[in-house]
Design a protein around this ligand. Structure first.
Ligand SMILES: *[C@@H]1O[C@H](CO)[C@@H](O)[C@H](O)[C@H]1NC(C)=O
Ligand SMILES: *[C@@H]1O[C@H](CO)[C@@H](O)[C@H](O)[C@H]1NC(C)=O
Ligand SMILES: *[C@@H]1O[C@H](CO)[C@@H](O)[C@H](O)[C@H]1NC(C)=O
Ligand SMILES: *[C@@H]1O[C@H](CO)[C@@H](O)[C@H](O)[C@H]1NC(C)=O
Ligand SMILES: *[C@@H]1O[C@H](CO)[C@@H](O)[C@H](O)[C@H]1NC(C)=O
Ligand SMILES: [Cu+2]
Length: 336
């Protein structure tokens, strides 16, 4: 009786979230070196010319073998192919379809590229893509996940390899939400594809054994996708999809390619165009699992640095529904 009385207001408040906090999402805006490219909202019109392949649902994809795990549900080719350069900074603004903040805080963000080969990317069939991994961000070193920053309104970031060969590429940036992944098959995949044309005169290409297919690259039993221990203290995340491609870790020609790992992007990017920073520091121990270490002291002042147009716009937007982890799991497990 007492418990019920205490729980009632809580549950009522929680249930009132449901119509608004459809707790999934999509990439609303791609930013390349400060230029924004807006996407179209799932289930909305396709009126905005965009390099972002429009998903038809913000809902997660379940199952590593899902045929839509390449570029998301629906996701026909987009109309635009937009310019980038080796070393360009890419940012993705993840939202729910009602444009509130991304709702999850557990799991990695991973970025892949695939050459569109002899065709332009607006003609390229993502089912034939051979992907290579360029970036992955996971735990934050404080018992949480970098993904929480996205929930709190930050954009997700990665940089293109400094030595990336020119040409058209499909970018596959994904969030994997693992709040339910204590059960096998319950990892939530949110892939998003964008079409870019890389200029410059880099020479970096992936090796054959680094190329992946989606579906194919992941298995539901991967330790990064089925994570029974994820909420236990000391959990060490193992990213799915193998290591980051050597053309990235070789530092864009600044060293001879002996390194096998890099730090998560959130710790290794200079945040100002006037800053100079050394190439990624090899750690020599498998994949990075958190971003608490840094090769760049500038990072300590990261939060002070300007976020160009994002900051202002996002402060105007509706605040996130801060559904707790437990409540998120409860609601996911029942209603969504
Ligand atoms: C994060 O990285 C730091 C430095 O590399 C390390 O000391 C710490 O144990 C790591 N934490 C987790 C949770 O992986
Ligand atoms: C992405 O970079 C911006 C600064 O440009 C920063 O504010 C934001 O926190 C970064 N996002 C993540 C997930 O690290
Ligand atoms: C091509 O490479 C040269 C150095 O090899 C560099 O000076 C030049 O800026 C590069 N051009 C572009 C467009 O990046
Ligand atoms: C790469 O550099 C390392 C350390 O500087 C050196 O030991 C190694 O022989 C070099 N490898 C090649 C292929 O040049
Ligand atoms: C961070 O910024 C403060 C001033 O805002 C400066 O005194 C300090 O040296 C900076 N630290 C780093 C690591 O750049
Ligand atoms: Cu969700």
């Amino acid at each position: 009786m007492k418990t019920t009385t205490l729980l009632l207001p809580f549950l009522t408040a929680a249930l009132s979230f449901i119509p608004f906090a459809r707790a999934h999402g999509f990439v609303y805006v791609l930013d390349i070196d400060g230029t924004d490219y807006k996407g179209n909202i799932p289930e909305g019109s396709s009126d905005t010319p965009s390099p972002i392949r429009q998903v038809t649902s913000q809902d997660p994809i379940y199952g590593a073998a899902s045929p839509t795990i390449n570029c998301g549900t629906g996701a026909p080719n987009a109309g635009l192919v937009v310019d980038a350069m080796p070393g360009s900074k890419l940012s993705w603004d993840w939202r729910t379809e009602s444009l509130t903040n991304w709702p999850h805080d557990t799991g990695p963000m991973i970025t892949y590229l695939a050459s569109c080969g002899s065709t332009t990317c607006d003609q390229f069939d993502s089912r034939t893509a051979k992907w290579f991994k360029i970036d992955q961000v996971g735990q934050d070193g404080n018992g949480g996940w970098v993904q929480k920053l996205i929930m709190n309104g930050a954009v997700s970031n990665a940089t293109l390899p400094d030595n990336l060969a020119p040409g058209e590429y499909l970018v596959r940036h994904e969030i994997i939400a693992l709040h339910l992944a204590t059960t096998q098959g319950k990892a939530e995949f949110y892939p998003s594809c964008q079409q870019i044309k890389v200029g410059g005169n880099g020479t970096g290409v992936p090796s054959q054994d680094e190329l992946l297919s989606f579906p194919g690259a992941y298995s539901d039993t991967d330790p990064g996708l089925f994570t029974p221990d994820i909420f236990n203290p000391g959990f060490q995340y193992v990213f799915p999809g193998g290591p980051i491609a050597t053309l990235v870790t070789s530092g864009g020609g600044n060293n001879n390619g002996t390194s096998t790992t890099i730090l998560p992007s959130s710790t290794r990017k200079p945040m100002s165009t006037t800053s100079v920073m050394s190439p990624p520091v090899p750690t020599g121990t498998g994949n990075p699992t958190n971003s608490s270490s840094s090769s760049c002291s500038l990072n300590k002042n990261r939060s002070l640095l300007k976020r160009s147009s994002w900051k202002n716009r996002r402060s105007d937007s509706p605040r996130p529904h801060r559904v707790s982890r437990v409540m998120g799991r409860l609601l996911h497990g029942t209603t969504w």
